[in-house]
Design a protein around this ligand. Structure first.
Ligand SMILES: *[C@@H]1O[C@H](CO)[C@@H](O)[C@H](O)[C@H]1NC(C)=O
Ligand SMILES: *[C@@H]1O[C@H](CO)[C@@H](O)[C@H](O)[C@H]1NC(C)=O
Ligand SMILES: *[C@@H]1O[C@H](CO)[C@@H](O)[C@H](O)[C@H]1NC(C)=O
Ligand SMILES: *[C@@H]1O[C@H](CO)[C@@H](O)[C@H](O)[C@H]1NC(C)=O
Ligand SMILES: *[C@@H]1O[C@H](CO)[C@@H](O)[C@H](O)[C@H]1NC(C)=O
Ligand SMILES: *[C@@H]1O[C@H](CO)[C@@H](O)[C@H](O)[C@H]1NC(C)=O
Ligand SMILES: *[C@@H]1O[C@H](CO)[C@@H](O)[C@H](O)[C@H]1NC(C)=O
Ligand SMILES: *[C@@H]1O[C@H](CO)[C@@H](O)[C@H](O)[C@H]1NC(C)=O
Ligand SMILES: *[C@@H]1O[C@H](CO)[C@@H](O)[C@H](O)[C@H]1NC(C)=O
Ligand SMILES: *[C@@H]1O[C@H](CO)[C@@H](O)[C@H](O)[C@H]1NC(C)=O
Length: 252
């Protein structure tokens, strides 16, 4: 018991000292090779990319996210298994939120430390969607794996016990996904530049962004997404537009 307390204090000290690494809510796995491909996209995993349809295993610039959501178990919600790949000498990140222009987003950041030969590190932040301010948070993330090659950052991680329903009447697994990147200045996470706003997506359905228009969203979507769209708005998207959206997350 006492040793547990000492370890906790040590972890908090490290957190305060670096502001970034060694936080107790993050756990890493080094035993698995990071290997992000488009295998399974639309079938076993939901994939969100910009530019549209880019190949995470190719050698052109590609910001790629895949998500697999476990079957929700009340009251804890769903577990998300995430792959993220993007181009940056600083960081790439995925944000999960109810509405990208109000409330807050949980931001999961995969980064490289340029003052340490591009060593991988991971951080969670909260984004205030109104003023884009980032503040550190302690959202539990497990099984973190990362790989940095020059300006390409790849990472995989699990986010346990997420429930989008807590303060609104929609699906447990329905979120707006934000993808983007930013710079690291010393130990400081620079502003998050959003290059894709998915609109509302059911993360539990690997095909939820296929065969309908990318859900209606405010700004900042990539514009070259004409293929396969028919202008139809998914009924769920309409429902969501009508709901008052707030996001809250149960932490472990
Ligand atoms: C992963 O590597 C870090 C640093 O090398 C180490 O502290 C940690 O215990 C390792 N984790 C596992 C699950 O092996
Ligand atoms: C990555 O995975 C794919 C398919 O799962 C496999 O064909 C490929 O060899 C793997 N690459 C590496 C570097 O492990
Ligand atoms: C990457 O680029 C090189 C040279 O431009 C090319 O030969 C190779 O086929 C490309 N690899 C992939 C996976 O696209
Ligand atoms: C999600 O949260 C709502 C409201 O707190 C709760 O009623 C529901 O049981 C939760 N669902 C799951 C699957 O955890
Ligand atoms: C973000 O990504 C774009 C497109 O790949 C790239 O041009 C830009 O340099 C990146 N910015 C940062 C800060 O990583
Ligand atoms: C970075 O890599 C170079 C060459 O591999 C090495 O000499 C140097 O000590 C490394 N620096 C750090 C901070 O690890
Ligand atoms: C977000 O920023 C706005 C404007 O600065 C502020 O009024 C609001 O309280 C902030 N919300 C949170 C959750 O910090
Ligand atoms: C980056 O590496 C430097 C040198 O090793 C270290 O002092 C610093 O704390 C690291 N920053 C982060 C964000 O890990
Ligand atoms: C998102 O929030 C903005 C500003 O509060 C609001 O105008 C818009 O209708 C909301 N979007 C959705 C999908 O609820
Ligand atoms: C929900 O989470 C709590 C705390 O982590 C855990 O004790 C409980 O077993 C979980 N319930 C289910 C149904 O997974």
């Amino acid at each position: 018991m006492e040793r547990g307390f000492v370890l906790l204090v040590a972890a908090l000290t490290v957190y305060v000292a670096s502001g970034v690494q060694g936080t107790a809510h993050l756990s890493f796995a080094n035993n698995t090779q990071v290997n992000i491909t488009e295998a399974g996209c639309g079938v076993t995993k939901l994939c969100v990319t910009t530019p549209d349809g880019c190949d995470p295993a190719g050698n052109t610039s590609c910001l790629f996210l895949s998500v697999i959501a476990s079957a929700p178990v009340a009251p804890n919600g769903t577990d998300l298994s995430v792959e993220l790949r993007g181009d940056s000498m600083g960081y790439v990140a995925v944000g999960l939120t109810a509405n990208a222009s109000e409330g807050t987003a949980m931001l999961f950041i995969c980064a490289q430390n340029s003052s340490d030969n591009g060593t991988f590190f991971f951080q969670t932040m909260q984004r205030n969607n109104s003023d884009s301010e980032l503040t550190p948070t302690e959202k539990t993330v497990t099984e973190i794996r990362g790989l940095v090659k020059n300006n390409v950052i790849q990472c995989e991680f699990n986010i346990p016990e997420v429930n989008a329903t807590n303060a609104r009447s929609s699906r447990v697994t329905t979120f707006t996904v934000l993808l983007g990147n930013g710079s690291i200045d010393g130990d400081t996470i620079g502003p998050f530049t959003i290059s894709l706003d998915s609109g509302s997506l059911n993360l539990a359905n690997p095909a939820s962004n296929i065969a309908t228009t990318p859900a209606p969203n405010v700004t900042m979507t990539t514009s070259n997404t004409t293929s396969g769209s028919n202008g139809a708005v998914h009924p769920h998207a309409v429902l969501l537009l009508l709901s008052v959206l707030t996001l809250s997350v149960m932490t472990a």
